[in-house]
Design a protein around this ligand. Structure first.
Ligand code: HEC
Length: 212
């Protein structure tokens, strides 16, 4: 079949349009590549592995010297109690031989003398005893932190509902196996990187900026 003149000119216009569109798309994608900048590792809190030395920790009494009013308001507040050493006063949960099962993992919460323990699955997929060293939060929930031998602090995925007074799974519908990053013993629930970095980093940056 022969194309009529008008039809073939429409056909050429369509071809021209496609060529132009392809040219534009390719030149935009080149621009994107040129604009790409690598993340500055020194400035990114998520990539920084810088360890803050203990000698940089002043303690709250030091702040009180100059910030008396702020200290009074802060003392005893939820911020003050956000992270406490686990003891009979700070721990809100029931550790009297309580068992909680979720996603095929049973955690056993118990006490040994004055100390609080959990038996749950570790990074090797086997159950171990872990001593609770810190509490995290008060209400509506309290989480519990375990210290690993390599200095990592890990937050358990089973937490205490301090409103309904019961143990619960932070991810009730989500199975995580021991080898995954999201397992409580690994990166996803690592206190050092996921919790402590942001507030302390930003605060210290601000203070450093003021002091220079
Ligand atoms: C030697 C006195 C002194 C000590 C000790 C001190 N500060 Fe300050 N701080 C100041 C002064 C002065 C300012 C500036 C106040 C202003 O700009 O109004 C300030 C500002 C701040 C700010 C910024 C407030 C804002 O509005 O941006 C924060 C946060 C802060 N201090 C926290 C702390 C903490 C936490 C500690 C303890 C670890 C501490 N300070 C210890 C004197 C002190």
């Amino acid at each position: 079949m022969k194309l009529k003149y008008s039809n073939s000119s429409v056909f050429l216009k369509v071809i021209n349009f496609i060529v132009l569109a392809l040219f534009l798309i390719s030149s935009f994608s080149c621009d994107k590549k040129a604009a790409y900048k690598e993340v500055d590792k020194a400035k990114s809190v998520f990539l920084s592995g810088e360890i803050i030395p203990d000698s940089h920790f002043l303690g709250d009494k030091k702040c009180k010297e100059c910030h008396q009013n702020e200290f009074k308001k802060w003392e005893g507040s939820h911020h003050d109690k956000a992270m406490q050493i686990a003891d009979s006063i700070s721990v809100l949960a029931n550790f009297n031989d309580q068992k909680f099962t979720s996603q095929g993992v049973t955690s056993h919460f118990f006490k040994k003398g004055e100390d609080f323990y959990v038996n749950t699955d570790g990074p090797d997929g086997k159950n171990h005893h872990y001593k609770i060293v810190y509490t995290f939060g008060i209400t509506p929930l309290q989480q519990y932190i375990v210290q690993f031998p390599d200095g990592h602090y890990q937050c358990l995925r089973t937490a205490w509902d301090s409103v309904k007074n019961k143990w619960f799974d932070l991810y009730p519908d989500f199975k995580v196996v021991h080898s995954e990053w999201l397992h409580w013993s690994r990166g996803g629930l690592n206190w050092n990187n996921m919790c402590s970095d942001c507030p302390f980093y930003k605060c210290s940056q601000k203070l450093r900026a003021r002091n220079t």
